[in-house]
Design a protein around this ligand. Structure first.
Ligand code: ATP
Ligand code: FE
Length: 335
């Protein structure tokens, strides 16, 4: 089977072609326009998707060397995400499906981040059910017990900010561009992770909270800048390394607890923050220390991409799960 996947839930317009489990192309147009605003501006995102969608889809076909009439279905992100952004991908997928007379397959963006692990070149061997997946992105932070492809249980989640949001908001305090996550990661490499200590939250079971660390960084910086206006510049690497260490420790503590208590040793990470080098190192450390089988996505499958959408569409295609052409996008969409 050859399937086209379309992703437009936030600020990346992406299209991918999957043949069996193999990704033939995975094209993305990232929207630089939001950088100067320090966050994604929904109106601008929607407009940029409209400009990007046709060239991105055309490029996905040409890179894959596939003709439009060769595809047997179209998968698209129905939600969750920004409604105006989702609408562009959804409408485009619907009209292309109609004109090519192929079935439409809706995809849950969060499921897709997790099921990206089943893309052929994502892992040497895919995880086995049940496995744990720490899903960490700009909008979500949760530990998911994945019992089967479409049988997932959220066993813990953040009660406030997502981990990616924490990286981005704390990066903003340090005057870094949006999204700050990758910049913090890069700067942390030349810093001392033990230079500064930030309090960790005490949360029930497998839940998370990241607003506390954001506030304590803010107050700490305000206090230090009053004494030395150049404090951030002089300590930027150490600040980034220390913040990154704290966020990763918070994430890993609960993941380890879940692995031990549920006795699940196949442990995956997914979502934009799974690109973080410190988190990847922590996973590798636990592979040795706790005997985990770890699953870390390739960079191109971490942040928003259509390859993961195409992958889920392919799984649903095999099950004969198609979506009515009258479907609409949905900003909220449970796992
Ligand atoms: P969701 O998937 O929850 O709808 P989203 O699509 O906005 O949210 P992703 O694209 O999956 O999120 O991830 C983007 C987030 O990942 C941003 O917050 C970004 O800062 C963060 N991020 C990306 N790379 C890194 C990195 N190397 N270290 C830390 N954070 C990172
Ligand atoms: Fe995402």
């Amino acid at each position: 089977s050859i399937i086209l996947g379309i992703e437009s839930s936030c600020d990346d317009t992406s299209a991918a072609i999957i043949k069996d489990n193999k990704i033939l192309s995975n094209i993305a147009a990232n929207q630089q326009i939001h950088n100067e605003y320090g966050g994604v501006v929904p109106e601008l995102a929607s407009r940029a998707h409209q400009q990007n969608i046709i060239p991105v889809v055309e490029k996905a076909f040409s890179k894959a060397n596939i003709q439009q009439n060769e595809i047997c279905a179209i998968g698209f992100t129905r939600g969750p995400g920004l409604l105006g952004s989702l609408l562009v991908g959804t409408s485009f997928a619907k009209s292309l499906a109609m004109s090519l007379d192929v079935p439409l397959i809706e995809v849950n963006h969060l499921q897709a981040h997790i099921l990206a692990h089943f893309i052929e070149d994502a892992n040497p061997t895919p995880p086995t059910f049940p496995f744990l997946c720490l899903t960490v992105s700009g909008g979500h932070t949760m530990i998911v017990l994945v019992k089967d492809y479409f049988d997932m249980e959220i066993i813990g989640k953040t009660i406030d900010d997502a981990a990616g949001e924490a990286f981005d908001k704390i990066g903003k305090i340090f005057d870094l561009d949006y999204p700050a996550g990758p910049i913090v990661d890069r700067l942390a490499k030349d810093g001392n992770p033990d230079a500064f200590k930030f309090n960790k939250p005490k949360m029930e079971a497998y839940d998370y909270s990241f607003s506390g660390i954001k506030t304590s960084v803010l107050y700490f910086i305000q206090k230090e800048v009053r004494k030395d206006p150049d404090f951030i510049k002089e300590n930027l690497n150490d600040l980034c390394a220390s913040v990154q260490k704290s966020i990763i420790e918070i994430l890993m503590d609960k993941l380890e607890k879940a692995s031990v208590e549920l006795n699940v040793k196949d442990v995956a990470i997914a979502g934009g923050v799974s690109a973080n080098s410190g988190l990847r190192k922590a996973m590798e450390y636990n592979r040795k220390k706790l005997g985990w089988n770890i699953f870390i996505p390739k960079f191109e499958y971490t942040t928003d991409n259509a390859a993961m959408i195409a992958m889920v569409a392919k799984l649903k295609y095999e099950r004969g799960e198609f979506t009515d052409i009258r479907t609409t996008a949905t900003a909220k969409y449970d796992l």
